[in-house]
Design a protein. Sequence first.
Length: 158
Amino acid sequence: MADHPNLPRHNPNATVRSIAELLSLDDSVTEIIIDNGMGDSNFTVLDLSRFTKLRRLEIGDHCMSYVTTVNMTGLAELERVVIGKNSFTKCKNEVDITSDPNRRFELKNCYKLKSLKIGRYSFSDYSVFEIENVDALEVIEMGDRVFVYASLIMKSEE
């Protein structure tokens, strides 16, 4: 019955245009694309750890300025992350950026991740940038003024 042609099929790819759409995604999606300008002042934690099948994440420009914590932990299938410009920051296109000790980015235990690309001014006011156990990582590409006040912490289990 599950293969009946009139029943809707699960789409493993999702283009998201609102926080409500993001929160309603099925845990089994393999690709998430977040549209430019998405965000909400009441949405402060982006925890993607429930998307255990996620292979590709793309976040557009000018997104998630109110998010204080980004958690990408245990995404064993994740291969590629692309984040546009002026995302995850209150200091869009600013030279005088101030650090916020409560803003953090964590990328851990993503064993297949090969590429992390972050556009200019994104995460510019974050104070923590932690990458752990991403041994397949080949490319980290960042634009100007990214993680201005954060120390990069990279760890690997041995």
